[in-house]
Design a protein around this ligand. Sequence first.
Ligand SMILES: NC(=O)c1ccc[n+]([C@@H]2O[C@H](COP(=O)([O-])OP(=O)(O)OC[C@H]3O[C@@H](n4cnc5c(N)ncnc54)[C@H](O)[C@@H]3O)[C@@H](O)[C@H]2O)c1
Ligand SMILES: O=P(O)(O)OC[C@H](O)CO
Length: 343
Amino acid sequence: MRKACVLGAGSWGTAQALLLSDNIDRVVLWGREEDGIESIKEERENKRFLPGIKLPSNIEISSDMAYALYDAELAIIAVPAQAVRGVVKSMAGYLEDKTYLVNTAKGIEIDTGMRMSQVVEDVLGGEIKSRFAVLSGPSHAEEVARKIPTVVTVASFKKETAFYVQDAFMTTYFRVYTNPDVAGVELGGALKNIIALAAGIVQGLNYGDNTKAALITRGLTEITRMGIALGGDARTFSGLSGIGDLIVTCGSRYSRNLRAGELIARGYSLPEVLDKIGMVVEGVYTTRIVYKLAAKMGIDMPITQACYNVLYEGKKPEEELNRIMSRQKKHEIEEIVNNIEGW
Ligand SMILES: NC(=O)c1ccc[n+]([C@@H]2O[C@H](COP(=O)([O-])OP(=O)(O)OC[C@H]3O[C@@H](n4cnc5c(N)ncnc54)[C@H](O)[C@@H]3O)[C@@H](O)[C@H]2O)c1
Ligand SMILES: O=P(O)(O)OC[C@H](O)CO
C-alpha cells in the first residue's frame, strides 16, 4: 500500500492532500494541534483554510510527525517559507531513506537569504539533494481542490526524482512538467509575490489595466534580473513557475498577495492586513529580504524597492508610483541595444 504525507494543514497542504489522494492509497495530512486538527478530523473538512471541500476517507489527519512520516514514500512541505527550517528540523529524526521530499513553500528565508532547497540541505545534509524536488507554478488551492485544470512544474537535481514526483501528482486535471533548474523554479515562485503585492496596490489605488499590465511586464524583467543573479536560468522565468505564476497571482481573486496589496493601498496597516487575510502573505517577507539582497548585490529592482518603502518605510503608494514613473529614461531591453551598432 502506497503512503504519502503532507506537512502543513493550511490551504495549500489540504489541497495537496486532496490531489495526492487521487493517486496514492493513504495520505496523512499533518498539522499542529493549534491548527484545529481535531475539528478537521471530526468534520472531514478544513473549514478555516479550505471551506466547502470534503476530505475523502483515504486522507488521515494527524498532529503526530512520526506517524505521518512512517513508511511514507513521499513527504510534501506545505508550511510558510519562514517555518520550513523548523518543520524540517522536527522531521529529521523520522524521515526514512526511501522518502522523497517535495517543497511547495514559495519564499526566501529572511534570516539567511537562502532558497528553500538550501534551507532543506542545510538541515538534512547533502544526501537529501537526490530525493528532493520543488513543485511550483500557477496553482491556487481553491481551484486545485475543485479539480479545475492546473499545470505546474517540478524541479529536481536528479531526473529520476523529477519523474517520480511528476507521476505521483499527475491526474487528468493536474498536469506536471519537469525542469532541472531548481534555483530558477524556486526564485520565480518567491519573487512573483512581490510583484503581486505591487499589483494589488495599483488595483487598490484604482489605477487601470494599463498600469497593471506594465507592472506585470516590468515585474517579470525584475524577477528575471534577480533570478539570473541568484543562479536561475533565464528561460525558466518565461515558464509556468515564472510568468505563469505571475499572471495568476496578479489577477486571481484567490491571491492573498494581491488582496494584501489592495488593502495596503486602502490605508490599512500591515498588521491589520495580515490579520484580515488570515493566511500567509509570503510577499511581505520576500520583499524584505529581496530588497536587502538587491542593495547588497547592486541589482536594480525599482518595484521591489517601492514595495519595501510602502510596507516598511511608511511611504505613500502614490508617491512611490510617481517616483518609479519619473526615473531616468531607459531602453526597454538593454541586450538588444547592446548588439546593434550605432544605437
Ligand atoms: N494557497 C495556495 O494556493 C498556494 C499555492 C501554492 C503554493 N503555496 C505556498 O504554500 C505555502 C503555504 O501556504 P498556504 O496557502 O497553505 O498558507 P496558509 O496560511 O493557508 O496555511 C499555512 C499553514 O501552515 C501552518 N504553519 C505555520 N507555521 C507552522 C509551523 N511552524 N509548523 C507547522 N505548521 C505551521 C499554519 O498554521 C497553517 O496551517 C506558502 O509558501 C505558499 O506560498 C500556496
Ligand atoms: O496568489 P497568492 O498570493 O495567494 O499565492 C498562491 C500561489 O503562489 C499561487 O500559485
